[in-house]
Write a protein that binds this ligand. Sequence first.
Ligand code: SDX
Length: 393
Amino acid sequence: ETGFITLDPGYSNTGACESKITFIDGEKGILRYRGYDIEDLAAKSTFVETALLLMYGELPSGERVARFREQLTDQQLLHENMRNHFEGFPPHGHPMAMLSAMINACGCYHPELLDPEMDDERLFHAAAILMSKVCTIAAFAYKMTSGQRVEYPDPSLSYCRNFLHMMFSRPHRRYEPTPQVVKALSRFLILHADHEQNCSTSTVRMVGSSGANVFASVSAGVCALWGPLHGGANMAVIEMLERIHQGGESPRTIVEKVKQKKFRLMGFGHRVYKNFDPRARILERTARDLLATKAEPDPLLDIAHELAEIALTDDYFLERRLYPNVDFYSGIILRAIGIPLNMFTVMFSIGRIPGWIAHWYELYHDPQKRICRPRQIYTGPAQRAYVAVDERA
Ligand code: SDX
């Protein structure tokens, strides 16, 4: 009657629960992976090292990083039969649908990882499979839906360089990224690697809590991330900035439409950060640094800056504590790298894979193996008698 419900200990009614992986202080704009500040990791770590930190809780030794890199290289190739899956998708198929489907398909080729028993070494193997094959899946999806010949992985390249090679090399010309492009991609992936119990990570935990394997759980996370209010926002930001750039509307007009509730400023606002998203600050600097190395400036960055300047001095936004979030500048980096718009949320997924795996594994270790089962507050009709169809109004 009061609307209050009893919660299972340790679980909130959103299926969230305690975790040792990532700490966020929304008021102070703090984000830490296993206690390490995101600013430090973005400046000093690599995505591979950050992935091991998230999954195992400690900064790995050089030897362990080298061993993981070897496994990532060993796992770059897909089973040749998986190419048939790609041929089954229509050319206009969305890469996020392909990514989710192909991650589950990957699981079918690794039955040894589908049974419920998991330990540190088996997770190491599963993580190498997932982190490496999602890059090949993403690049193959891009090449095949754009009518290009796929580029196979190159085992001599690092994680980021290999992905860029598979995406942008052509039969007649090998793609050689600048150091700034490689650094920007690595930083992008580090900044997206985990973010506590957000919508998609909570989905992974929810699915994993039923005892589902890590491939099925991560595939579900991809689907949750796809939404425009979540990972899909990075695409929506660029579409919004493009609309302004093509003369449709000025930044001031957009802000006025937002205040009239006719429009959401994509890339702004966050359920937790109420002063600033530390990732947005790092991504804004990364976007500026990367664009400074380009022959052509990107007018969308100037528009993004103008929008932010207007919004950050306007009471409507200040009262609602709306600030740029991780998605506001990330799309500009992806554009500068040459990633097509419909692949932006796929890039977010590639970054988030280690965080999803870390949360799945953390829940796997729950000694009570409790299934996430959020309770509800029932607001439907009270009990009522059945009415035969010929007696209904
Ligand atoms: C991510 O959870 C995570 O950690 C997610 C993420 C991660 O790393 O996993 O950080 C990644 O998803 C970042 C968010 C990307 N999404 C967007 O940029 C979409 C635009 N942002 C919003 O839709 C919104 O800010 C959310 C969804 C991010 C947060 O929404 P909340 O906390 O539920 O806020 P709300 O919808 O309750 O809004 C509160 C008020 C409302 O105004 P009033 O009704 O009180 O007058 O703020 C307004 C909203 O209308 N508001 C916005 C706004 N976001 C909130 N108004 C205009 N533009 C916006 N973007």
